[in-house]
Design a protein around this ligand. Structure first.
Ligand SMILES: Nc1ncnc2c1ncn2[C@@H]1O[C@H](COP(=O)(O)OP(=O)(O)OP(=O)(O)O)[C@@H](O)[C@H]1O
Length: 640
């Protein structure tokens, strides 16, 4: 089975729905507004240029009926010069149009791309969990390019060609209305055809663009996961999966091309037939002496001048449809709410549906929990610990469920009460999948709690601005994420105002001194995702990034998992000094990491089942003992 053939639950390839292309395209107005003067100016210039083209047949008529009929060479030269001047002016005006639109349209595309990027950064993590990266990439690249092309070409030329066709038909009808009617009549089936085409083409265009997004995701995954693909010898099945998807895109593209070809053939054939009919009728009338030869020449050359504006309607409409689809896809993302209130509501309502089932389980657990809590309180009193104040990091009745979780599933976290005192380091231990990572992600508000609250030194995190929260809390995850930048820049991302001194200190704490041995020290580029470094090196840089700003609160999700025992011990010793002044929540799988902490919280079935020192939990909690059991020997060796 190929990696990419697994079912995809992500969004971004919404089913095509019927919509008005004009309404979709009108949403671009806020971006077009700042450059409207230039765009309208360019359209005006193009209309003048195109109408100049319509004057040429009138000059021809004058030449044929005048200087040519009367054998006047001077008149012929004058006519020739006039035609040359008209042709040159037409070309110059079209050139001016291009110059007028070039720069403003590049800035429209850049502004839309910047807005999309900014919006993506503000969207909650839950949005990114749902959307495939390729769908977002294709919107930021292909779709925006389609929009720029639409603004540069079809938008102007639908107007220009529309005006030219109207003016041209007015000239034709005024010259000889019977012949004019022969040309106008095919316009009726053409209009009907175009509206039929719009509906069918819109559906296919959306499908192609969505499938291209999926293909982008597959390419991205294949490139990022190349080690796994190679390691498991999966390149053939991977290539097969890629071929299947690209075959899908190809066949939809072909379907699109067939639609376009049919429309184009009809759009080209009908005017040709009409011109042929007008030619026969006109020649008969010239022979009968009803019509001057000059009028027939002018009539036919006007009709031929109108061929391009009429024939281009097919692909101008197709490009407009592609642009309308690209606009819809762009606003699919831009309309997503950055505010997370929607997520909260969704999760809360799914919670209520799951509440009934939960109540039954809750009763059973209640008694057990009360006994445990009573025991805990008694022991705390015995140790004569001072009553904690509001300081530190506090979880109060915290509940959390992923927005896309089935409603019948209990929340990942429920009724989590935990207090980490100021300056204390609390280890968070729990079985795999018990919700440790989820709990840590709530502190920097990567996800929003669905019930309850989290406070930092007594202040609800939802009352803090994002900037305040980021300044207070630093995070490091088990899977370190580095950016295509230098090692130093990656670390300094952790604090806005940190300098070289803080950088060196952070590298020391995280035992990341290896950086100095890199070819350009802290200025060495670490490559995309830091893949030029080992897993342990990446983890240490991520840890340095977390501690560089000397944060008041530190949230570490098993940040030492990739280190060897010796390096881990060194990092721990250095961290201990840092953590002395920091309130920290550290997800731990190994006793060596647990030993870093003052106390340990055991997360079980979505709630805190026990809190105490490592030794005490070993004594009192069977679950904790079992979680740590594989490691006790190692721990015994390493504890002081
Ligand atoms: N983005 C997500 N959307 C939906 N469910 C998720 C998401 N992330 C995690 N989960 C689910 O939430 C539960 C808790 O996951 P979490 O990663 O918090 O566990 P964990 O205790 O950190 O596990 P581990 O020790 O293996 O890292 C799991 O059942 C997981 O399937």
């Amino acid at each position: 089975m190929a990696v990419t053939s697994e079912p995809r639950a992500q969004e971004g390839g919404a089913a095509p729905r019927h919509r008005s292309a004009t309404r979709s395209l009108l949403r671009l107005w806020p971006y077009v507004r700042p450059v409207r003067a230039r765009l309208f100016g360019a359209a005006g210039v193009a209309v003048v240029a195109s109408c100049l083209g319509l004057v040429i047949p009138l000059v021809l008529k004058w030449m044929v009926d005048g200087p040519v009929a009367h054998r006047n060479p001077g008149g012929v030269w004058l006519g020739g010069a006039l035609l040359l001047a008209l042709g040159t002016a037409e070309a110059a005006l079209f050139g001016l149009r291009r110059w007028l639109v070039g720069r403003p349209l590049a800035s429209v595309e850049a502004a839309m791309r910047a807005d999309l990027y900014r919006h993506l950064q503000r969207l909650p993590v839950s949005f990114h969990d749902r959307w495939a990266s390729g769908q977002l990439l294709s919107r930021a690249t292909t779709d925006l390019m389609l929009l720029r092309m639409f603004l540069a070409f079809p938008l102007t030329f639908l107007v220009v060609n529309g005006v030219t066709i109207l003016a041209g038909f007015a000239i034709l009808l005024s010259q000889e209305w019977t012949l004019g009617l022969v040309l106008v009549i095919p316009a009726v089936p053409l209009v009907i055809l175009c509206s039929l085409f719009e509906t069918r083409y819109a559906t296919v265009a959306r499908t192609v663009q969505d499938q291209t997004g999926d293909l982008t995701t597959v390419v991205e995954e294949g490139v990022l996961g190349v080690r796994i693909v190679k390691g498991f010898g999966r390149h053939r099945s991977q290539a097969r999966a890629f071929r299947a998807l690209s075959e899908q895109v190809r066949s939809t593209e072909l379907h699109k091309a067939r639609l376009l070809a049919t429309l184009w053939a009809l759009i080209m054939t009908l005017p040709e037939l009409a011109i042929g009919a007008a030619l026969v009728l006109g020649t008969v009338r010239v022979a009968d002496g009803d019509l001057s030869a000059g009028t027939l020449v002018a009539f036919l050359s006007t009709a031929l001048t109108l061929r391009w504006p009429v024939e281009s309607l097919g692909f101008l409409l197709a490009m407009s449809q592609d642009a309308a689809t690209a606009t819809d896809r762009y606003f699919d993302v831009m309309d997503a709410e950055p505010a997370t209130a929607a997520d909260r509501l969704r999760a809360a309502s799914s919670r209520e549906r799951g509440q009934e089932q939960e109540d039954g389980r809750e009763q059973e657990r209640g008694q057990e929990r009360e006994r445990g809590q009573e025991r805990e309180r008694g022991q705390e009193r015995e140790r004569g610990q001072a009553r904690e104040g509001e300081g530190g990091l506090r979880f109060e009745g915290v509940e959390f469920a992923y927005a896309d979780a089935p409603p019948e599933e209990p929340p990942v976290l429920h009724g989590v009460d935990l207090h980490i005192r100021p300056g204390e380091t609390m280890a968070l231990v729990g079985a795999t999948g018990s919700g440790k990572t989820t709990l840590t992600a709530l502190v920097p508000r990567l996800h929003e709690v669905t019930r309850g609250r989290i406070t930092l030194d007594g202040r609800d995190i939802t009352a803090l601005s994002r900037e305040e929260l980021r300044a207070l809390v630093a995070i490091a995850f088990e899977e370190p994420t580095l950016f295509s930048a230098t090692a130093g820049e990656n670390v300094l991302m952790g604090a806005a105002d940190a300098g070289t001194e803080e950088l060196l200190r952070a590298l020391k704490v995280a035992q990341a001194d290896f950086v100095h041995a890199l070819p350009e020290g802290t200025d060495t580029e670490v490559g995309e995702q830091g893949l030029s470094l080992s897993g342990g090196q990446r983890q240490r840089l991520a840890l340095a990034r977390a501690v560089v700003g000397g944060p008041r609160f530190l949230v570490l999700d098993d940040p030492l998992s990739a280190l060897d025992v010796h390096t881990e011990a060194l990092v721990e010793a250095a961290l201990r000094r840092v953590l002395a002044s920091t309130t920290a929540l550290v997800v731990a799988h190994r006793p060596s990491t647990v030993l870093l902490a003052d106390r340990v919280a055991l997360l079980s079935e979505g709630r805190i089942a026990a809190v105490g020192t490592h030794q005490r939990l070993l004594r009192e909690s069977a679950e904790y003992r079992s979680l740590m059991s594989g490691q006790e020997a190692e721990e015994g060796e390493r504890s002081p």
